[in-house]
Write a protein that binds this ligand. Structure first.
Ligand code: 6SG
Length: 256
């Protein structure tokens, strides 16, 4: 089967960076949404028993960072030689370390760990500020002069952090400017403004706001009801050729 398919839960989670990469590179893809009810039926067919699953025609891949690397190689987003690829790997591993802290907070110890996480976020971000400063005074990307898969991964994580800890980029002006610059790339901006992205919750347990305040130029989203929304079809999106029915039945949560 030609084309890309992403199989995942109805969240941004570990698929947001690969979706951003694909959209920015002008690609389209299909989504297969897995819900709590049917997950256990397919878990054993997944390498490591987890999602996301990525298909490129008949080629099947698991592990979100392996998928990002695959796409990085395919689209020239992985540096120009072994040294550059290794540097990009190193930075992406740093993003993964911080993402794991974020995911652990969200899914394991939100109530007891949030204050500590909020207090520590500036110390985490200062490493990335220094990395950016060391590359063209922060005027370009995480490495070199071309965007890489690690940039999409970092910008996705930064977006989540900004929502969890509003204003957290104020002390790191290079990260703040870089984050805005990457997100203003035309294809990427169009994707980030699409319902396919905006209407997806960040995480699977309601520990995030679903309409992030990233898009001040757009009309405000409709107010959220206090109970799950009744099913209603999503408007068509250039990124999801046919919006999956499961999306329309999402439980929409606010941060609690
Ligand atoms: C969860 O951890 O969405 N995959 C997750 N969870 C289900 O049975 N190293 C790899 C990678 O980078 C980590 C994969 C990741 O690809 S992501 C997975 O497969 C399992 O382990 C976070 C996410 N969570 C949404 C969710 C999954 C379980 C509970 C909430 C789906 C929604 C509700 C039930 C099933 Fe649900």
């Amino acid at each position: 089967m030609p084309g890309y398919t992403i199989t995942y839960f109805p969240v941004r989670g570990r698929c947001s960076a690969m979706r951003m990469l694909l959209a920015d590179q002008g690609e389209t893809w299909s989504e297969e949404i897995v819900t709590g009810e049917n997950w256990l039926g397919i878990k054993d067919s997944c390498v490591f028993g987890q999602l996301p699953k990525f298909q490129d025609g008949d080629f099947v891949l698991f592990q979100s960072n392996a998928i990002l690397r695959y796409l990085g190689r395919k689209y020239g987003l992985y540096g120009n030689n072994s040294e550059e690829s290794a540097m990009i790997d190193m930075f992406n591993d740093g993003v993964e370390d911080l993402r794991l802290k974020y995911v652990t907070l969200i899914y394991k110890d939100y109530e007891t760990g949030k204050d500590k996480f909020v207090k520590g976020i500036a110390d985490e971000l200062k490493w990335f500020e220094k990395i950016l400063e060391n590359n063209n005074d922060g005027q370009r990307f995480i490495h070199g002069n071309q965007i890489s898969f690690a940039d999409y991964n970092l910008v996705d994580l930064l977006s989540n952090l900004e929502i969890l800890v509003p204003g957290c980029l104020k002390e790191t002006p290079l990260i703040d400017a870089y984050n805005k610059r990457v997100k203003s790339r035309p294809n990427l901006q169009a994707y980030l403004q699409s319902d396919a992205h905006r209407k997806l919750p960040i995480n699977g347990n309601g520990k995030t706001v679903i309409y992030p305040p990233l898009l001040p130029l757009l009309p405000s989203p409709p107010p959220l009801p206090s109970s799950p929304l009744p099913p209603s079809p999503l408007p068509p999106s250039p990124f999801l050729p046919s919006p999956p029915a499961a999306l329309s039945a999402l439980n929409l949560h606010e941060e609690n």
